[in-house]
Structures are given as structure tokens and as C-alpha cells.
Design a protein around this ligand. Structure first.
Ligand SMILES: [Zn+2]
Length: 167
């Protein structure tokens, strides 16, 4: 569905008739969306391009295959959430924590993951092309791998679990 704003060709976001740029009361929409996520509403495949949800705390979010391109989740915390196959191209994920989340096959092209922490999160086949993975505090890894002890290795720009330790 297209945005209701005259002449706009962007897709309307989930739970509204407008695209992010044309939502007049963004605070109200933000609250509405956070409530929906907290209530476990299935937002798989939902169009949520450019949404700004900074410093939120979300558990069990169902955002598989959602369009979260250019979304801003700076400083947010996701626990036990599915973002499998989500479009996170160019997303702002600085200081964002993902604990026990699935980012399997997510597209994180050009996403900013600086200072992000991914505790026991699955990045199998996620696309990290040109993603910013910098972590300025020495000795603290951004990625803690799998709780099973299975290491994560990088193959090209993709992350995949490996059955044997990589050197
Ligand atoms: Zn619009």
C-alpha cells in the first residue's frame, strides 16, 4: 500500500497509512509501534523503512523479513527477537544490543554496528557488506559467538557457523 500523502510513492508503514517522512505525529506512532512489538504482534515482513526507535527495550519482537532499511535503533536492546531475513540496509545500530536474536540471512549492508553487541545472536548468512563493525574499546569483542561454543567465521562478507574451530 502506498503512502496516503499526495504524490508520495513510498510504501505506507505497518499500522499507519503513511510513510515515515509523512507521519505527522511520530511520537504517537512510535508509542503505538512499541506497544505492538511488546504485545508480540507479528510484524514479519512489515514495511517499517526509516523508523526511528532509539533507546527502546524490546523482547520477543517478530520482525522476520521486515523492511527496516535505514531504521534507527541507536542504543536499543533486543532480546530473544527474530530479525531473520530482515532488510537492515543502512540501519543505525550503534550501541544496539542483540541478545539471543536471530539475524539469519539479514541484510546489514552499510549498517552501522559500531559499539553494537551481539550476544548469542545468529548471523548465519547475514550480509555484512560495508557494515561498520568497529569497536573502539580494546579487548571487548563485538561478537560473542554461540553459547554452544561453536565459533563464528567470516567467509567473504558473510557470517556462518562452523562445526570446527577456525584459525
Ligand atoms: Zn509518504
Amino acid at each position: 500500500m502506498e503512502c496516503n500523502f499526495a504524490g508520495c510513492k513510498e510504501k505506507a508503514l505497518a499500522l499507519t497509512d503513511f510513510c515515515w517522512d509523512h507521519i505527522s505525529d511520530k511520537d504517537r506512532y512510535r508509542e503505538h509501534l512499541i506497544q505492538a512489538l511488546k504485545q508480540g504482534k507479528d510484524l514479519s515482513g512489515a514495511p517499517l523503512k526509516k523508523i526511528s526507535l532509539k533507546n527502546i527495550h524490546i523482547e520477543k519482537a517478530r520482525l522476520a523479513n521486515a523492511d527496516l532499511s535505514q531504521a534507527d535503533f541507536t542504543g536499543s536492546y533486543f532480546f530473544d527477537s527474530s530479525l531473520e531475513g530482515a532488510d537492515l540496509i543502512g540501519a543505525q545500530l550503534t550501541h544496539t544490543d542483540f541478545a539471543h536474536c536471530s539475524l539469519k540471512g539479514a541484510d546489514l549492508t552499510k549498517a552501522d554496528l559500531s559499539n553494537a553487541r551481539l550476544w548469542n545472536s545468529d548471523l548465519t548468512c547475514a550480509n555484512l557488506t560495508e557494515a561498520n563493525l568497529s569497536w573502539p574499546i580494546s579487548g571487548t569483542p563485538a561478537f560473542t559467538g554461540q553459547s554452544s561454543g561453536m565459533p563464528i567465521c567470516i567467509r567473504g562478507n558473510r557470517w556462518a557457523r562452523s562445526t570446527s574451530p577456525q584459525t
